[in-house]
Design a protein around this ligand. Structure first.
Ligand code: RP5
Length: 168
């Protein structure tokens, strides 16, 4: 499997790709304007030889695309999802609503941020009970990649948690 599988294509057709083994880490960003902030994560994963893909998918502008990606990622072999977004950063939370995979949110500072990224930090960290998102620091994409690597390094041995009613 190649260490790097970076694409920015639409997720349409992901279901047809189920035969192909997916990368271990899926990286999503809410906008093309977020791409540069994820460079440290890409470098970290590359250096560690961890296969990954990168897609631009907005929770607000393309909610169906986010739902399709998130609900098929595990079937494709993805084990951890890193999702970076700025402003009203709904992306990591929406991904976690559709997937049982661990989701690491990266709050991003953008030119229109309030409080230098405080808006995104709160949007990602303040998830309601039952829908967990791990949150790193503002523009902390390198830490997100290191955390993903540590999650991947854990073996099995603990049964997968059953999906519970997240409204409780
Ligand atoms: C968020 O809005 C994106 O994650 C980005 O950080 C911010 C601005 O997006 P653009 O207007 O630059 O596309 O959804």
């Amino acid at each position: 499997m190649p260490a790097e599988r970076e694409t920015e294509t639409s997720p349409i057709g992901l279901l047809e790709e189920l035969d192909e083994p997916g990368p271990l880490v899926g990286i999503l960003v809410g906008s093309e304007s977020d791409l540069e902030a994820m460079d440290p994560a890409l470098a970290e994963l590359r250096e560690r030889g961890i296969s990954h893909e990168l897609k631009v998918l907005s929770a607000h502008r393309d909610p169906r695309g986010v739902a399709e990606y998130s609900s098929t990622a595990q079937l494709r072999g993805v084990r951890v999802i890193i999702a970076g977004a700025g402003m009203a950063a709904a992306l990591p939370g929406v991904v976690a609503a559709y997937s049982d995979l661990p989701v690491i949110g990266v709050p991003l500072r953008s030119s229109k941020s309030v409080g230098d990224g405080l808006d995104a930090l709160l949007a990602i960290a303040q998830m309601p009970p039952g829908v967990p998102v791990a949150c790193v620091s503002v523009d902390g994409s390198r830490n997100a990649a290191i955390l993903a690597a540590r999650i991947l390094a854990q073996g099995g041995g603990y049964p997968q948690a059953p999906r519970l009613d997240s409204t409780k």
